[in-house]
Every structure is written in structure tokens, then in C-alpha cells.
Design a protein around this ligand. Structure first.
Ligand code: ADP
Length: 406
């Protein structure tokens, strides 16, 4: 492994039963170590990690091991084997899914900030509690360096009320905070800045529609570096068709399922979050590669899933001409956005001709991030540039955390 000569940041992303971690050079994005602890609190809790240029290692963490055990293992076993890397860490950056209206910037962790994250638990009941466990364990394990939280919702805090309010009685917002918060903000922020660099334009004078398409998927309208609208809502269930999430849906479906069909609210929540989207439509898979294979083989359900995904995305893109007025670029990112040239072709094809958006078929086919491809995929005469940019949320988190290092 290359030894770090620069200072590094440990980036931690705690999910309900996992901890993803990476040690990143915030200057150039170089990753020295990455790994994941999975199945935490379950009988087969385990961890795997890889130092740059080395084989993957793995270990059992012991039945029922939790986030604390995983972070302690990272500190005392994984990193202890590499003291030079350990001593290069000068900050810890934590990804936080929901910061409500409290946080619109990366924030130095204090007890008060922990309490703020706790207050936002109702809007991210699976994620925020896990983040808190991760923060507390990491503050214990790495007690002498700053810890910084980077919120997925922060980038969307610039949305105006016309975009973030729901058309329901005001007090549901003022008293209970029910509004659109958005998600994937760190990715939307990153690709906005990257595409401006790629096109050599000033990010503060530039309108872009950013499409983050992974297992979770969202699209944002960004004007002069500020988010004006986004497809995810109170929680990451709204908006686009996703791997297992339904995206936007008439709320009456919930009433019908509960009142007429006798479902319990928890069952509806489970169906909308875990059994819908590509999985629900195809009945087979939530994985875009599987959907594409079925679509190409003429499988009717896979075809419908493929087409619904593209149709919903195209509708959102078209609707974002309203907040933006005029669009300079559309950017695709996330596992699907970076790699599915067929999806990109279909979505652009669905957009009205009057928008004048044209792809270069060869550039589109070549821009596959898993093969190292990226960059502009629109034709020279397209009115709007279309660009593929691999996302890098870890780098944004590392850079944000570094700002707090004295
Ligand atoms: P997450 O939201 O979990 O971070 P990713 O951004 O990794 O998800 O995206 C996962 C999705 O990307 C899956 O649906 C997967 O099928 C799709 N994907 C990954 N690689 C490819 C590829 N080469 N071609 C098409 N789709 C791909």
C-alpha cells in the first residue's frame, strides 16, 4: 500500500445494520483503506476491508456484534496493523441522512449536535439512530480529533417554500416539520460542481438537472449552485421509481389498502419501501442489470419496469424546466446513471423535441464508469449538455471534515 504522506480523513457511513468506512486523502480523493461491517446485531456479524493495492481481508465480529464492536475493531485491529495510516487521520467525517431544517452546512460534532440528530429521528427512523451510535462509538475510539457531520439533506435547504411545502394545513409544517427535505444531497452537490468543472463554466452561473440513480434514486434542479427542487420528500420514499421503493404515489392508495383491504400501516410501509419499485413491477429483481436483461429478452414485466423508471425520470426532468427556466446541462450519476447507456438513451428520447437535447450514440455507449468511462455524451448540436459523472460522496465528506482541522 502507498503510505500516506498527507493528512487523511476517516469517513464513516452507518446504516441500520452496517458501517461503511474509508480513509480518504481530501486533497485528491485517494482512498487508502475501505471496507464494510455488515449484519451488525445479527448472528453472522462480520467485517471486510481492503488496504489499497492489497487483497481483501475479512473477519467474524461475533454473534450480535454491534456498531460499537465494529468501530472498535476498525481502530484496534484493522488500523493498529498500520500505525502510519492511523496517525495520518486528522478528522472523522460522518454521513448523516437527515438533518431537518437544523443543518444546512457540515457541522462539528458536539453533544448539542448529537441531540439535534436525535430530534430528526422521526424523519429517518432507521438511519439517524444508527448514525448516532456510530458517532458516539467513533468519538470514543478517536477522541482527540474533530468529528464532523455531513448531512444528506443540507444541500436541499436552499429550496424555496413553493418547492418544499406540501399543500396541507400550515400547522403540520410549522408544528411538526412536515415538508420536503430531499436526500442524496452530498451527491447532487458533488456532481453539480464536477460538471461545472468538466464544462469549464462558473457553478454560480449555471443551471443543471442532476440525476442520482442507484438503488435509491432522486433528481434535483440546481440553479447557480443552489438546489431549487428535488424529487425525494419528507423521506427517501418519494419521487422516482427505485430498486424496491415506489416513489411518488397517490396517498389514497394507503387509505384504500388500510380501510378497504385491511392492511396495517406497518405492512404498507414495508411494501412501499421493500417490495415495490423495480422489484414490485418486475416481480423478479430490484437490480437494474437484471431488469435490463429482461427488457432486452422481451420479458413483459421487466419491460414495464424499465419503461416506468425511464418515463418517471423523464417527467421529472421536464418538470424542472419550471424552476430553472433554462437548462445548461443534465448530469447522470449513481450505479444506474453512470452505467446504463440504454436508460440514458430512453430518457433523452422521451423528452420533448422542443428541448433540443441530443445524445451522441457512441459517446453515450462509451461512458460506463465501471470501465472508467465518464464525460460528455451529448452531440455537438445539442442545446443542453448531457454528462456522466461518477459520484464521490466520500470525497465531499472528507473535504468538509478537513475544513475543521486546525
Ligand atoms: P446504492 O444506492 O446502493 O449506492 P449504486 O449507486 O451502487 O446503489 O447503484 C446500484 C444500481 O446500479 C443497481 O440497480 C445496479 O444494477 C446498477 N448497476 C451497477 N452496475 C451497472 C452496470 N454495469 N450496468 C447497469 N446497471 C448497473
Amino acid at each position: 500500500m502507498t503510505s500516506p504522506v498527507e493528512k487523511t480523513v476517516l469517513v464513516i457511513n452507518c446504516g441500520s445494520s452496517s458501517v461503511k468506512f474509508a480513509i480518504v486523502n481530501p486533497q485528491n480523493g485517494h482512498v487508502y483503506l475501505n471496507g464494510i461491517a455488515e449484519a451488525l446485531t445479527l448472528p453472522d456479524a462480520r467485517i471486510e476491508w481492503r488496504f489499497e493495492g492489497e487483497e481483501k481481508h475479512n473477519a467474524d465480529l461475533g454473534a450480535g456484534a454491534d456498531h460499537n464492536v465494529a468501530i472498535e475493531f476498525l481502530n484496534t485491529k484493522v488500523l493498529a496493523a498500520n500505525p502510519q495510516l492511523l496517525s495520518s487521520i486528522c478528522a472523522v467525517g460522518h454521513r448523516i441522512v437527515q438533518g431537518g431544517e437544523l443543518y444546512s452546512e457540515p457541522t462539528l460534532v458536539t453533544d448539542e449536535v448529537e441531540a439535534g440528530i436525535e430530534n430528526c429521528i422521526p424523519f429517518a427512523p432507521l438511519h439517524n439512530p444508527a448514525h448516532l451510535i456510530g458517532i458516539r462509538a467513533a468519538r470514543k475510539a478517536f477522541s482527540t480529533i474533530p468529528h464532523v457531520t455531513v448531512f444528506d439533506t443540507a444541500f436541499h435547504q436552499t429550496m424555496p417554500a413553493v418547492a418544499y411545502r406540501f399543500a396541507i394545513p400550515e400547522e403540520l409544517y410549522t408544528k411538526h416539520g412536515i415538508r420536503r427535505y430531499g436526500a442524496h444531497g452530498t451527491s447532487h452537490y458533488y456532481v453539480t460542481h464536477e460538471v461545472a468543472k468538466e464544462l469549464n463554466v462558473d457553478v454560480n452561473n449555471f443551471n443543471v438537472i442532476t440525476c442520482h440513480l442507484g438503488n435509491g434514486a432522486s433528481v434535483s434542479a440546481v440553479k447557480n449552485g443552489m438546489c431549487l427542487d428535488t424529487s425525494m420528500g419528507l423521506t427517501p420514499l418519494d419521487g422516482l421509481v427505485m430498486g424496491t421503493r415506489c416513489g411518488e404515489i397517490d396517498p389514497s392508495v394507503v387509505f384504500f389498502m388500510c380501510d378497504v383491504l385491511g392492511y396495517k400501516v406497518e405492512q404498507v410501509r414495508e411494501i412501499f419501501n421493500k417490495k415495490s419499485g423495480l422489484m414490485g413491477i418486475s416481480g423478479e429483481t430490484s437490480d437494474w442489470r437484471g431488469i435490463t436483461k429482461g427488457y432486452l429478452a422481451g420479458d413483459e414485466k421487466a419491460k414495464l419496469a424499465f419503461e416506468m423508471f425511464c418515463y418517471r425520470l423523464a417527467k421529472f426532468i421536464a418538470s424542472y424546466y419550471v424552476p430553472l427556466g433554462h437548462v445548461d446541462a443534465i448530469v447522470f450519476t449513481g450505479g444506474i446513471g453512470e452505467n446504463s447507456y440504454l436508460m440514458r438513451e430512453k430518457v433523452i428520447e422521451l423528452l420533448p423535441e422542443v428541448f433540443g437535447i441530443k445524445l451522441d450514440a457512441d459517446l453515450n455507449k462509451a461512458a460506463l464508469s465501471y470501465l472508467g468511462g465518464r464525460g460528455m455524451i451529448s452531440s455537438a448540436d445539442s442545446k443542453v449538455k448531457v454528462v456522466v459523472v461518477p459520484t464521490n460522496e466520500e470525497l465531499v465528506i472528507a473535504q468538509s471534515a478537513m475544513k475543521f482541522v486546525k
